[in-house]
Write a protein that binds this ligand. Structure first.
Ligand code: GAF
Length: 388
């Protein structure tokens, strides 16, 4: 059931009482292709989804945030002046965003809030970016006269991950959440920050996510190790070519990767091999989309899955199994979506194969893993906004 503004208003009233506040929403995201390319200065191809986070917020004139998580039935009070902030991650996101917005010059004050979301947790659809973007957008509106630009709101969410949650993520998730537009995917150049909306209406195909329900958790995960591997390779190339302007793997070539193969670990080379391949695949998908060639888009998705599984090593048995089922059902394209280590596959399916694929995937997965996978239609929704 889709979360409604009334659900949030009722809980706000029950747990915080008093006058109603303003209500804001921010979505989770999907990503067609371009995985682990954002922190490598590459391209990503995300879109916002209809599922997201809704928060009611009322400034309280103090320096304290009083927050109620509707989903977790958890309440906390924390001061903007306590440098440690709250421990529980669902409150830490809010605290972190408030502090990052302060750094941007917004005179943030305390507030009362109740919030809830319908982005499945741990599905790789970025429920955390939805939460961060919701509060960044709201704080800008309530305390900052909307003076902070949208890209900086996305960056405030990303810095929250870095500085308060210990996840050295890229910008894709927060970007998608803030900038999302109904019916459109977005191609973002993560090096320059330039982006374009791509109307997404693949005639004859559907996007469907199959959530393995294996919880994907980036905090404290090997996600940061993957990023370190990429940075090691960049450092090695820089050492060999001091004259070269290279900040990320975006600027690296296949020849340079070969050249430094003795200077970094075999594992680092394997990770960078994925990233360079993914860089080429995103561009190939853009060309294919312009021609309306969805078969090529799908083939590249399978190649990405292979790379994420065998080179970047962020898959798991359940996701590989779902990818195999997609192949068996002649699904056009299928791959792990998001950071990996659990979560969903994203599948591009011809309309006439959709029913059979979904039925087969659910039945076979249940047989193998006892867990029931969740089927989520990939409907592209709007980005951060004020609801009331
Ligand atoms: C996670 C991160 F948060 C993103 O920045 C991105 O790196 C993604 O994994 C992989 O593409 O969602």
């Amino acid at each position: 059931m889709r979360l409604t503004i009334d659900d949030v208003r009722q809980r706000f009233q029950k747990h915080l009482g008093g006058e109603p506040g303003s209500v804001y929403a921010s979505p989770g995201r999907i990503n067609l292709i371009g995985e682990h390319t954002d922190y490598n200065g590459g391209f990503v191809f995300p879109g916002a989804v209809e599922q997201g986070m809704i928060a009611e917020i009322r400034p309280n004139g103090t320096r304290t945030i009083m927050a109620y998580s509707i989903d977790l039935k958890d309440y906390a009070e924390f001061s903007l002046d306590d440098p440690a902030g709250p421990k529980a991650s669902h409150f830490r996101y809010i605290f972190g965003v408030a502090k990052e917005m302060e750094k941007l010059g917004v005179p943030v004050k305390g507030f009362d809030t109740a919030f809830a979301g319908d982005v499945p947790l741990g599905a790789g659809m970025s429920s955390s970016a939805a939460l961060e973007s919701c509060f960044a957008f709201a704080i800008n509106d309530l305390f900052g006269d909307n003076k902070i630009g949208k890209m900086d709101l996305a960056k405030a969410g990303q810095s929250t991950e870095h500085n308060y949650l210990g996840v050295n993520c890229g910008i894709m998730d927060q970007f998608a959440s803030v900038f999302g537009k109904k019916g459109n995917l977005m191609r973002l150049d993560c090096r320059s920050g330039e982006f374009e909306y791509f109307p997404w209406n693949p005639k004859g195909y559907k996007l469907v996510l199959i959530n393995s329900c294996v919880k994907h958790e980036l905090a404290g995960s090997p996600y940061n190790d993957r990023r370190n591997s990429c940075e090691n390779v960049v450092k090695a190339i820089k050492a060999k070519h001091p004259e070269k302007k290279i900040e990320t793997l975006r600027e690296a070539t296949w020849d340079e990767l070969k050249e430094v193969s003795g200077d970094v670990s075999a594992e680092d080379i394997k990770r960078a091999t994925f990233v360079l391949g993914e860089k080429d695949r995103v561009l190939a998908v853009c060309d294919a989309l312009e021609r309306g060639d969805y078969e090529t888009v799908g083939q590249k998705m399978y190649e990405t899955h292979y790379g994420l599984s065998k080179e970047y090593e962020v898959s798991c048995e359940e996701l590989d199994f779902l990818n195999d089922i997609a192949k068996e059902c002649s699904v056009t394209g299928s791959r792990i979506m998001g950071g990996g280590f659990g979560g969903c596959t994203i599948n591009l399916v011809a309309d006439e194969l959709y029913d059979n694929f979904v039925k087969t995937a659910v039945a076979k997965f249940k047989d193998k893993s006892v867990k029931e996978p969740i089927v989520i239609d990939g409907v592209i929704g709007d980005g951060s906004r004020k609801l009331a």
